[in-house]
Write a protein that binds this ligand. Structure first.
Ligand code: GLP
Length: 241
């Protein structure tokens, strides 16, 4: 694991955006794995800036998102689909046919998950996967006591996650209790991984993921076994290392 500690959120976002831009420069048809949440939104802004300056071109890029709430329509303001369109895709020259997101309304969830996995494999696997981390150490929506062998699947959200994500909804009852998420195996099969974290509320999870034993109770700890992980964190998130 390479750990890069930066001053603040802006610096974290800029470094991560530069890593993605470099990946796309080296391989214009890169397969990117993308994350949602507050953490990567600054990185997406930077990527839009770089695109505006013609420093990166998304014309051939393919993307797969990590996760989506189960039972939320794409058009719901809290769907990760909406998040991605607003925070990135509507503002760059990506071909909409190259965007892949879990379908929160899939009727046959298992069939959908198999299809998602197969499409990732057919395109040659994920070249660079971006991750945030939950306060409980989750990656994607792979909650504590995760099965490290799982691929894309339907997950039940942890109470702590429902609580944390209720900030985006009118009330906690509105937060979906399930999601479709890439599994740990899907994530670990990515060629390169960048994990971003900022703020004191992530310091515990980062310490346990990076320095603790590899343990399903901290899903992110499995990343210690991946051979190309870069962790970009601000001083606060790094405060317990
Ligand atoms: C969410 C997402 C994760 C994200 C994490 C942290 O529930 N499923 O992919 O990394 O929780 O979110 P945030 O960046 O808003 O702190």
């Amino acid at each position: 694991m390479r750990i890069i500690v930066v001053e603040n959120y802006d610096e974290m976002s800029k470094k991560a955006a530069l890593m993605i831009a470099s990946q796309v420069m080296l391989k214009p048809d890169s397969v990117l794995g993308l994350a949602t949440g507050d953490t990567p939104s600054g990185m997406y802004k930077e990527l839009i800036n770089l695109y505006g300056k013609k420093e990166v071109d998304f014309k051939e890029v393919r993307t797969f998102n990590l996760d989506e709430y189960y039972g939320l329509d794409r058009e719901n303001s809290q769907s990760y689909y909406k998040y991605m369109m607003t925070n990135l895709f509507d503002n760059i020259n990506i071909n909409t046919e190259n965007i892949n997101m879990p379908d929160g309304m899939a009727k046959d969830v298992n069939a959908f998950c198999d299809l998602y996995e197969n499409k990732i494999k057919t395109l040659g696997g994920i070249d660079m996967q971006v991750l945030g981390i939950g306060g409980n150490g989750h990656i994607g929506f792979n909650e504590p006591n995760v099965n490290f062998e799982a691929q894309t699947h339907l997950v039940e959200l942890d109470e702590q996650t429902i609580e944390a994500n209720s900030r985006f909804f009118e009330s906690i009852e509105d937060v979906p209790v399930k999601a479709i998420s890439m599994g740990i195996k899907t994530i670990m099969n990515s060629k390169k991984i960048i994990l971003l974290a900022n703020g004191l509320n992530k310091a515990d999870a980062i310490e346990r993921a990076v320095k603790g034993k590899i343990n399903p109770s901290i899903p992110a700890s499995i990343l210690q076994l991946h051979n190309d992980v870069t962790i970009i964190i601000d001083k606060d998130a790094a405060s317990k290392l």
